[in-house]
Design a protein around this ligand. Structure first.
Ligand code: NAI
Ligand code: MG
Length: 330
């Protein structure tokens, strides 16, 4: 049966790479009932609308959402991040942000093959804080970090289950427990509690600053990592840099409880500097779409896409040429 998938191409290279991803998914034999949504910087500039409630309600009824990237230089920072991307994460309860990092065959950093599970609905991104005496010399700005036992536990549990499904069965908690002693303590205690139900999964803990060093010098030590929202955001950009570059960094925003659709998107932005030139690498969007197929239970198609990505790893050319090569290899 066709999966009902919402498509948010967005701005800049977003629609270009999403177009390729859809072509590859169909070439791999997955039937999609595609519903296009005009959201992002262009729509905001034209209408002042970011994510109308009626659209959000429509999204709730979909099987999945595939997003390219949103943002144009004219839109002030924060408008689309908070009003569209974060709003969908919170409203659709996409509490796991999953990012795989794997060096392709023959590329450097052969030891890179791990996943980061980033908590996606709490921490410093929950929006707690405010100004006092704004604009005066006595101005104060606070930005709190929200960590609930429920929110941390469901994320940590997902990470343990993911680690259990992999060959190495290893999970590392990354935090800053030595300085962030309240949030860090809650994370460590929750991690230790959940670990008791996963005897077969090996565990480790790294401070986030040490993890940055290991990412560069010893990435082979990692299998699955679980961390909070802010550390995960920063660490996954570093992961992208060591794992094949921004053109290959993919992500899934998951609602593992499946009370609504999950959202899949490349990590990169709308790249206005290369939009329309055909220079965008579509692989990050293709890998994100493969993660979507995986979540929708299309395992055979995922295997075909993965094989096609491996055999076309060194193909260079325009966005369309790379996409056609991957689609033809499916
Ligand atoms: P960016 O990821 O769009 O671009 C950073 C650099 O990487 C640029 O030089 C770009 O040409 C290059 N690049 C990005 N994707 C590429 C690809 N697939 N192939 C080849 N090169 C690629 O980040 P930047 O410049 O900070 O942001 C541009 C706009 O995108 C902003 O409006 C920003 O707010 C938005 N943005 C949106 C995101 C989203 O929708 N999830 C995420 C990050 C940024
Ligand atoms: Mg980021």
């Amino acid at each position: 049966m066709a999966h009902r998938v919402g498509i948010i191409g967005g701005d800049g290279i977003g629609p270009e790479v999403v177009g390729v991803a859809l072509k590859v998914v169909r070439a791999a034999g997955v039937e999609l009932d595609q519903v296009d949504y005009d959201l992002g910087g262009r729509r905001y500039l034209a209408t002042g609308e970011v994510l109308p409630d009626s659209v959000l309600d429509e999204l709730r009824g979909l099987d999945a959402i595939l997003l390219g990237a949103v943002g144009t230089p004219e839109v002030p920072p924060g408008v689309l991040e908070r009003g569209l991307l974060l709003k969908m994460r919170f409203a659709l309860d996409l509490y796991v942000n999953l990012r795989p990092f794997k060096a392709g065959p023959g590329r450097h950093n052969d030891g890179v093959d791990f996943l980061v599970v980033r908590e996606n609905t709490e921490g410093t991104y929950a929006g707690e804080g405010g100004f006092l005496r704004q604009g005066t010399p006595h101005e104060i700005a606070t930005q709190g970090s929200v960590n609930t036992r429920m929110g941390v536990e469901r994320c940590v549990r997902f990470a343990f289950e993911l680690a259990r499904s992999r060959e190495r069965k290893h999970l590392t908690l990354v935090h800053k427990t030595n300085v962030l002693t309240f949030a860090g303590d809650l994370w460590q205690r929750t991690f230790d509690d959940v670990a008791r139900s996963f005897d077969d999964v090996g565990t480790a803990y790294n401070h986030v600053d040490a993890a940055c060093i290991y990412f560069v010098h010893d990435p082979g030590r990692y299998d699955v990592i679980v961390t909070d929202n802010l550390f995960g955001d920063i660490l996954t950009d570093l992961g992208g840099a060591i794992g094949g570059g921004i053109g290959r960094a993919a992500s899934a925003n998951l609602n593992p409880a499946r009370t609504g659709p999950s959202l899949f998107e490349p990590v990169h932005g709308s790249a206005p500097d290369i939009a329309g030139t055909g220079q965008a690498d579509p692989r990050a969007a293709v890998i994100s779409a493969a993660m979507m197929c995986d979540f929708l239970g299309e395992g055979d198609a995922v295997a075909r896409i993965q094989k096609a990505l491996d055999t076309t790893d060194d193909v260079k050319g325009t966005t369309t040429q790379i996409g056609d090569a991957i689609a033809a290899a499916c």
